[in-house]
Design a protein around this ligand. Sequence first.
Ligand SMILES: [Cu+2]
Length: 169
Amino acid sequence: MNPIHFGATAFLLAGLFAVPAGFATAQTAPEAYRAGSIMVEAPWSRATPGGAKVGGGYMRITNTGPEPDRLVGGSTAVAERFEVHRSTVADGVARMEPVTGGLEIAPGKTVELKPGTLHAMFVNLRQALKPGDTVKGTLVFEKAGTVAIEYVVGGIGAQAAPAHVHGHH
Ligand SMILES: [Cu+2]
């Protein structure tokens, strides 16, 4: 191999390995799930104090297609019901209410479910959620259908996904 070719090969290999390195720690929990035009990234949840009846679910949902879609339901292995809520603060009081009629994911847009705003709510928890746990669940979209996902559980009060589901941030 002459020096020029060797140099080019080394450069290509460096390029190939540079990208996966950022994802190396994400392998225990695949961070993106796809169904049709819908992509769900980095689902995570928060540890719950003993006796808690609800848990939160957070993720990014992107619609890569030309048509709007709606998140119309879902489930988890740990709770009786799955709801989508919106949190608001009015006069210093935090409230949340169910999003009715499905959560629209407009074409080409990403909707982020995160603490303090839109979130999934696991209602009537059957067990406490502990940091490091994974929780299996489904999301149901009007057009894309059912997507099986897995939430990674972060600490109580966490405001962002556990580090190992961030990957490309
Ligand atoms: Cu809620």
